[in-house]
Design a protein around this ligand. Structure first.
Ligand SMILES: [Zn+2]
Length: 353
């Protein structure tokens, strides 16, 4: 779809030919804006690419991605699980990486850079390799060693482990992109567009959804879901926004704290063992707060111990492997009192362990 970019802070507008994901004036986040949304699609949707007309214009290669299964949770009548572990690199990140890497290629870049706690690194390295471009990835000190070892052995990514957390890795990636004129990928506007498709898949399959429960790391997925819901509302595909429920580890809960104290999101030192959500200052944290307010949602914290127990239970119950962050939503769902008529969807975000 035709689009332009708009700075979140200073309001500067850029044409789609602008090759960056941060504002040239103030270095803030840009947002993809579609002057006109297409009519709501009516046919049954089964594939990520059925939503291509809701993504930024680009010459996409139609790799198999998304279209992940929704399964009824065992032992709960109104809980459905969205299995994002089915994506090619076993996490939801692939939906966004496909869009980001396609844009990098369109702009003529032969290298991309990003910061990661693990899953992003895997996904970016994978799609960069497919596109024939190289990737440099800054990973945090606490990034999952097994994930990084696998990326090193199967993809050609140049991985730099830094002595710091994700927030520091992100600053390094942004500085590297600026210095070397390399396309910056990660939790920015194009990724958000790709990740929107997940909410479209959920609502098309289960229009009766009243709650969507997702873990928060950098909060890009959470705000992508919110953006998709707002688009669907504008298209009159839905009348009421489902409640968005954010889940964080009680050891790393900047959004939950800000929500509780009615402040802006402030940095906390990430100490959770759930590496995929070990983010002390989420890029889209304040946007997530807005999504919580507008959907009358809430933010729930869960302990690392409860995620560990749930991970084991998930394996025994479904015969599937999910990482700690990916079962955070299932733990949180137990705490929400759902009425008989209500239907919650939990995003099982990743399975890289
Ligand atoms: Zn700006």
């Amino acid at each position: 779809m035709e689009y332009y970019l708009k700075c979140d802070q200073c309001g500067e507008v850029y044409k789609s030919s602008f090759e960056h994901q941060l504002c040239a004036n103030c270095n803030s986040l840009l947002e993809v804006v579609y002057p006109q949304l297409p009519k709501a699609p009516n046919q049954k949707h089964t594939s990520f690419w059925d939503y291509e007309n809701l993504l930024p214009n680009c010459n996409y290669h139609h790799y198999e991605v998304g279209g992940t299964k929704l399964i009824d949770a065992h032992n709960s009548e109104n809980l459905t699980l969205k299995l994002e572990i089915e994506n090619p690199t076993r996490s939801f990140k692939d939906r966004g990486s496909i869009v980001e890497i396609a844009k990098a290629k369109e702009y003529g870049y032969d290298k991309v850079v990003c910061a990661s706690t693990g899953n992003m690194a895997y996904s970016i390295a994978y799609y960069a390799k497919l596109a024939g471009i190289t990737s440099k990835i800054y990973v945090s000190k606490n990034a999952n060693r097994d994930k990084i070892a696998e990326i090193r052995s199967t993809h050609d990514a140049d991985i730099v482990r830094i002595n710091g957390d994700f927030t520091k890795a992100q600053a390094r990636a942004e500085a590297y992109a600026r210095r070397n004129k390399i396309f910056l990928t990660g939790d920015y506007c194009y990724r958000k567009e790709g990740q929107k498709t997940m909410a479209y898949e959920i609502i098309h399959a289960l229009p009766e959804t009243t709650h969507i429960i997702a873990p928060i790391g950098n909060a890009t997925l959470f705000t992508a879901i919110f953006k998709a819901l707002k688009e669907m509302q504008a298209m009159r595909k839905i009348t009421k926004l489902p409640k968005l429920i954010a889940v964080q580890s009680d050891k790393t809960a900047p959004v939950a704290l800000a929500y509780k104290n009615r402040t802006r999101v402030r940095y906390v030192k990430p100490t959770t063992k759930a590496d995929a959500i070990a983010v002390g200052y989420p890029t889209y944290g304040d946007h997530a707060l807005e999504a919580l307010r507008q959907t009358n949602g809430t933010c729930i914290t869960v302990s690392d111990e409860s995620m560990k127990k749930e991970q084991k239970r998930f394996f025994e119950e479904y015969g599937l492997i999910a990482e700690l962050a990916a079962v955070a939503g299932i733990v949180a769902a137990r705490r929400i009192k759902l009425r008989k008529s209500e239907k919650a969807v939990v995003i099982v975000t990743g399975g890289n362990v």
